[in-house]
Design a binder for this molecule. Structure first.
Ligand SMILES: CC(C)(COP(=O)(O)OP(=O)(O)OC[C@H]1O[C@@H](n2cnc3c(N)ncnc32)[C@H](O)[C@@H]1OP(=O)(O)O)[C@@H](O)C(=O)NCCC(=O)NCCS
Length: 156
């Protein structure tokens, strides 16, 4: 995969000061964007959240809930104009590294069955598809299935 300008990327803990920029990225990038209020509710001590910075500008973010030794990737997003550069992979790797440092055992996630870029990211990273949740997501018309993926953190 092409990874451009990796040296210009960094991550920081996502705090309330990033909320406006993160919300704008979510609105631009997501198929069905999370409302700002919902993103704000994820800024809490039992979450491990990052913003992705390119030359100090917020260009993405990740949200992970944690509990009982496990983590759940609630969302990972890169600005539309910065997608396909390997930055989502880089952000995922920083997130996974921190989850390992926190001694979490595995990382779960759900992804829309139609979300091929995200599925490609997770599969290439080493996540295992462990199931399907029927009609899990709201869709513009009706509902959409979710695939469930897991990454073992203790030996990955
Ligand atoms: C999913 C997302 C974070 C990936 O970020 P990204 O920076 O574009 O990803 P990368 O450049 O690191 O590429 C990751 C993989 O996706 C693939 N990919 C990227 N854009 C793609 C596209 N438009 N179509 C198909 N595959 C694509 C890349 O080829 C790469 O696959 P590989 O690892 O097999 O080479 C980004 O597409 C995004 O923000 N999507 C909208 C929000 C979203 O759906 N988040 C996931 C919620 S579960």
């Amino acid at each position: 995969m092409k990874v451009e300008q990796q040296e210009s990327l960094s991550t920081a803990t996502f705090t309330a000061t990033h909320l406006v920029e993160v919300s704008a990225i979510e609105s631009a990038a997501a198929f069905m964007p999370w409302p700002e209020k919902l993103i704000q509710q994820c800024i809490r001590s039992d979450y491990i959240n990052h913003v992705l910075l390119h030359e100090d500008v917020v260009v993405g973010y990740s949200l992970c809930s944690t509990g009982a030794g496990e983590a759940h990737l609630q969302n990972i997003v890169v600005s539309p104009e910065k997608q396909g550069l390997g930055w989502g992979h880089w952000l995922l790797h920083q997130t996974v590294t921190e989850l390992k440092q926190a001694d979490l055992q595995r990382l779960f996630l759900e992804v829309r069955a139609s979300n091929l870029p995200a599925i490609s990211l997770y599969q290439r990273y080493g996540f295992e598809n462990i199931g399907l949740r029927k009609d899990y997501y709201e869709a513009p018309v009706g509902r959409e299935d979710a695939y469930v993926y897991v990454l073992e953190l203790s030996d990955s």
